[in-house]
Ligand binder design. Structure first.
Ligand SMILES: [Zn+2]
Length: 123
């Protein structure tokens, strides 16, 4: 899988970031949060590959269940740009829909079994 440097932003443009990552294999996740969010995600990348260019103060952190994963969203427009994974805190994933020049609807996606990582029912 080849990585490239991609520009990303939330919907209102407050949060801007760049990330060096592959786009495929793209994934969705069946955990209770992703089911509601519906975002298509990049493969995991190392935390050092993500650079927040601006709007860090607009990012709000949401945690649930085991509180290991860190889910960020923009407090102005509500869009999720990236999150720190539960599986490995060194690994992050970004919302492909936030990345410039990539059409998420052209990508094949598998479904990650995030629900299996939950310790509480329906979490
Ligand atoms: Zn925003």
């Amino acid at each position: 899988m080849s990585t490239e440097l991609l520009q990303g932003s939330c919907h209102c443009g407050t949060v801007k970031f760049e990330v060096r990552t592959a786009v495929v294999p793209a994934a969705r996740c069946n955990c209770s949060l992703c089911r509601r969010k519906g975002a298509l995600m990049t493969p995991p990348f190392a935390v050092g590959e993500l650079k927040i260019l601006r709007g860090e103060e607009a990012l709000t952190l949401y945690q649930f269940n085991t509180r290991t994963a860190k889910h960020y969203f923009c407090k102005h427009c509500g869009i999720y740009p990236f999150h720190q994974t539960r599986k490995d805190p060194q690994l992050w994933r970004a919302n492909i829909g936030c990345l410039e020049g990539i059409d998420p609807y052209t990508l094949e996606a598998s479904v990650a079994n995030g629900a299996s990582l939950s310790v509480e029912e329906d979490a």
